[in-house]
Design a binder for this molecule. Structure first.
Ligand SMILES: [Zn+2]
Ligand SMILES: [Zn+2]
Length: 377
């Protein structure tokens, strides 16, 4: 704990903004429902505005600008830049600079701007309430690439004006069009902002506290399918912290990651390109390595563990080698399929070899799973 007298000065603008918007939403929304009937158009517009803000941060600020996990055309970048100003989470340049430091020095209380090791409140919102690490506020040297993007530079220069236009102009326009000014200001203006703020903040707080660590335990980031529902897919944070350049966070098709779906859908329109993915064998090996490390640690605490440690080492090495073999032949198969040669008689022997390697990996995966389950309490 930092003694009271040594704490950095309070940022009153942020304290006032967060407190006031939260209070208005918590008091105003129930009062509105008490005095007025439910307006479905208003609810729909609020949800749309909430999604626009959220996806501008996750697909734009985070996966596009902070991590460059894909490229987007000018139109989409302008849409995200305006949505980011609407979400009121500072400029792209500032946000990305903070976020790149977060990845580089994750959990380091002196350097990570929202270190989870400082506690839930600090990593959620506390870090924005005082002038912590003020010396680097205007140092964007880790975002030299972004300073080449005219849209990033433009948004940074006019951020306050854009934020005001979006946060005041959009609710007023909606209120005027649908004839419900107070409702629009309360729901699209304030409630949307509060929900957008706190669901994004969950990525720094909850996603570093609650969930599993299937890929690495070297930092506090967790995978949590439930948080993914609140954060447009950013809940698979353990995966993200180890493979930050992957445009996906939820790598399985069934994992809830609307940000990934948006980026992929836009690629079909030609709006996004160069979508980066980590190869499936690298992902599987990383996961197996984590399981191995965990099991080895557990076995070392048991008496007479020599034979079991040897078996673990043997099964792990067999798994890694079979993963390598399988993905090697799979790559060749994809190549043959592209050339429409997979069904050629000349490749009959290769196809048999492919099936056999695939079967061996399947068996090894089963043996490995059994071993992991044996020692998992
Ligand atoms: Zn994180
Ligand atoms: Zn990130």
């Amino acid at each position: 704990m930092i003694p009271q007298q040594q704490k950095p000065p309070i940022i009153w603008l942020n304290v006032t903004l967060f407190t006031l918007t939260f209070a208005i939403a918590v008091i105003g929304v129930p009062l509105y429902f008490y005095f007025y009937t439910l307006d479905f158009t208003l609810i729909f517009m609020t949800i749309m505005a909430f999604c626009y803000c959220g996806l501008s941060i996750t697909a734009g600020y985070h996966r596009l600008w902070a991590h460059q996990s894909y490229q987007a055309n000018r139109f989409l970048r302008v849409i995200f830049a305006l949505g980011g100003a609407f979400a009121l989470q500072n400029s792209i340049l500032h946000w990305c600079s903070d976020h790149r430091i977060h990845h580089r020095y994750v959990d380091n209380n002196l350097k990570d701007p929202y270190s989870a090791k400082m506690g839930f409140f600090y990593s959620h919102i506390g870090w924005m309430l005082r002038r912590y690490q003020a010396s680097r506020y205007h140092d964007y040297s880790n975002c030299a690439d972004l300073q080449q993007d005219p849209i990033v530079v433009w948004q940074h220069k006019y951020y306050l004006i854009l934020a005001a236009i979006m946060n005041i102009g959009v609710p007023i326009t909606i209120g005027w069009v649908f004839g419900n000014m107070w409702g629009a200001l309360l729901f699209v203006g304030v409630l949307r902002l509060v929900l957008s703020h706190h669901t994004t903040f969950f990525i720094n707080s909850l996603a570093h506290k609650w969930g599993s660590q299937p890929y690495t335990d070297r930092n506090s980031a967790r995978d949590n399918g439930l948080i993914a529902w609140l954060t447009f897919g950013e809940g698979y944070h353990n995966y993200h912290h180890i493979f930050e350049n992957d445009y996906r966070n939820g790598i399985r098709w069934w994992q809830f990651d609307p940000t990934k779906w948006l980026i992929k859908s836009c690629s079909w329109l030609g709006w996004t390109t160069d979508l980066k993915v980590i190869s499936a064998d690298r992902i599987e090996k990383t996961r197996a390595k984590m399981e191995f490390t965990r099991l080895e640690y557990q076995l070392k605490t048991l008496p007479n563990n020599g034979a079991r440690l040897l078996q673990l080492q043997y099964e792990y090495e067999a798994l890694i080698s079979k993963i390598s073999d399988y993905y090697q032949v799979k790559r060749r198969l994809i190549d043959l399929r592209q050339k429409k040669l997979a069904n050629d008689y000349e490749n009959f022997e290769f196809m048999q070899q492919y099936e056999s390697i695939k079967h061996k990996l399947k068996q090894q995966r089963r043996d490995w799973k059994y071993l992991v389950q044996q020692y998992t309490v």
